[in-house]
Design a protein around this ligand. Structure first.
Ligand code: RIB
Length: 318
């Protein structure tokens, strides 16, 4: 595809307030942290930025507060090349905020105050119907109301647009909603919540994913952190190992993965190629601090992929 692939994102924006600590505090404990930084985040916006930096033509349907954080958010999204037509502002509540703690191992804990994300409505999505229908891929997450996500998925499904749901934060989902999803990208915890199957390794992850295929999901890609990702579809199961990198901060790695996967799928690449590309984007993202600002650009991902092939192990079905 010579044109830039068009991706519609319906999702959240949060201003991230991030503090580094040597370790996570215990319940009721106060500890002194280290470096502090604030920046643009939110799973929807992170994935939109990831896709835009990887050369997609991205339009985002998003709700921001009519406050200073909202002003800065809008400027940032526009600066990243995201079309502003559906950047909505509300004065009923504040711009979303996320409180993030990252320890020395690069692991994180996050609490989100959703604010304006909670008022993104199905009507807002209906107003973007034509834009969604003219996209190659719709990319959604679960930081905005479920009825809004369902509305976006329905519009895309009716228009024959490929749908990618990153089911984060994890919650149980109805079969009706799952049947609208072409590609689902849970991590192991989310796969466990959605499927109801306990996951302790690759075998259980595959069983959980297969139960979601039985409900009607097109393809499940379980992300495994540093271990890469497991593709489970009607064609079989394939593990694409992760790339070894120096981990600084894992926050937003799943967003880098889903944003990159959406781009590669919109470009018409095979699911194996798309997951290999997404693994590379996520690996590069964890080498930097922060969420959206740490998303890699296309030339970086391509150079990284050229530096070393990823081995893969496949298992035929049956
Ligand atoms: O996935 C990381 C994101 O989760 C952060 O940017 C934070 O805003 C929360 O939404």
């Amino acid at each position: 595809m010579s044109e830039r692939p068009r991706i519609a994102v319906v999702g959240s924006f949060n201003t991230d307030l991030l503090v580094r600590t040597p370790r996570m505090p215990l319940r009721g404990e106060t500890i002194l942290g280290g470096g502090y930084q604030t920046g643009p985040g939110g799973k929807g916006a992170n994935q939109a930025v990831a896709a835009a930096r990887l050369n997609a033509d991205v339009t985002m349907v998003v709700s921001l507060g009519a406050d200073d954080l909202g002003n800065r958010a809008e400027q940032n999204l526009v600066h990243e090349g995201i079309h502003p037509d559906y950047i909505l502002r509300t004065d009923v509540t504040h711009t979303g905020v996320a409180f993030i703690i990252v320890d020395d191992g690069g692991e994180n804990m996050i609490v989100v105050a959703p604010g304006a994300n909670e008022v993104l409505s199905p009507e807002d999505v209906e107003a973007a119907r034509e834009m969604i229908a003219a996209s190659q891929v719709l990319l959604v997450q679960l930081e905005v109301p479920l009825e809004t996500v369902a509305c976006a998925l329905r519009i895309a499904h009716e228009a024959g647009v490929r749908t990618l749901l990153n089911p984060a934060p994890g919650q149980t989902l109805s079969p009706d909603l799952l049947q609208l999803v072409d590609v689902l990208t849970p991590n192991e915890t989310e796969a466990q919540i959605i499927s109801g199957h306990a996951i302790t390794g690759l075998t259980e992850a595959e069983a959980a994913a297969r139960s979601l295929l039985d409900v009607g999901v097109g393809c499940v890609v379980v992300t495994l952190g540093g271990n890469g990702a497991l593709i489970v579809s009607a064609d079989g199961t394939r593990h694409i190992p992760g790339r070894h990198v120096e981990v600084v901060d894992t926050t937003g790695a799943g967003d880098a993965f889903s944003g990159a996967l959406a781009v590669a799928i919109a470009e018409g690449r095979s699911i194996v190629d798309a997951v290999t590309f997404a693994n590379a984007a996520a690996a590069l993202q964890v080498t930097k601090v922060g969420t959206a600002p740490a998303m890699p650009y296309r030339p970086e991902v391509e150079a990284f992929l050229e530096r070393g092939p990823t081995q893969s192990h496949s298992r035929a079905r049956g």
